[in-house]
Design a protein around this ligand. Structure first.
Ligand SMILES: [Cu+2]
Length: 225
């Protein structure tokens, strides 16, 4: 009897390691929810690691996840500046931490863009009280004033649930062509890697100790039109 209970516990742990974590895999635009990976770059991890995090602050994988420097068949969705979009996960976020939206303009076609240029942040979901919003989908709007062109649209959820261990970045990038935009020059910008520092208080924080009322989400300040 004791043996079979142990066997079940081992089986449950094995199942968890396969289905653990979460990933932003489905993009919605203009009220339409598109199939997973149609407009979002799929990482090149093996299936069992598909929804795992990136933890190396100096890695280019921080831009658009592992292997996300190339389009690899991802399509580009056309949206008007100001339109709403949604990133939906395979499973709701369950590691506490902030979520942010970033954009970076491709010099030409976004399908050819590796994300090595400047990024600006368009939204933060920080803590309210002492808890972070942990949802199954996150929605935002393309800023009305940004120039027409093709962009990587990046979502990042930072798992701060394990103080003392490296925080975990859950990242995906959509490919978006923006029309009906303006002529703003979005700032401040930052490069990735580089935007997130090992000594950033928003990165090193112990979220279980003390108040989060002064918490600042890592990365550049949010750009507003
Ligand atoms: Cu996890």
């Amino acid at each position: 009897m004791k043996f079979s209970v142990t066997a079940i516990a081992v089986a449950v742990m094995a199942a968890n390691s396969v289905s653990g974590h979460y990933i932003f895999q489905q993009f919605s635009a203009g009220g339409t929810k598109y199939p997973a990976w149609k407009y979002i770059r799929r990482n090149t991890n093996p299936a069992w690691l598909q929804n795992g995090p990136v933890t190396d602050l100096s890695s280019k994988d921080l831009r658009c996840n592992v292997g996300g420097g190339v389009s690899n068949g991802t399509e580009t969705v056309t949206m008007k500046a100001g339109d709403e979009f949604t990133f939906t996960l395979d499973a709701a976020v369950y590691h506490a931490g902030p979520t942010s939206l970033y954009m970076s303009k491709a010099p030409g076609k976004v399908e050819d863009y590796d994300g090595s240029g400047p990024w600006f942040k368009i939204f933060d979901w920080g803590p309210s009280g002492n808890s972070f919003p942990m949802k199954g989908s996150y929605s935002g709007n393309i800023p009305k004033c940004i120039p027409d062109g093709e962009y990587l649209l990046r979502i990042q959820q930072l798992g701060l649930h394990n103080p003392g261990a490296p925080p975990q970045f859950y990242i995906s990038c959509a490919q978006v062509k923006v029309t009906n935009g303006g002529n703003a020059n979005p700032s401040p910008t930052a490069l990735i890697p580089g935007a997130f520092k090992a000594n950033d208080p928003g990165y090193t924080v112990n979220i279980y100790s003390g108040s989060l009322s002064n918490y600042v989400v890592p990365g550049p300040a949010v750009f507003k039109c």
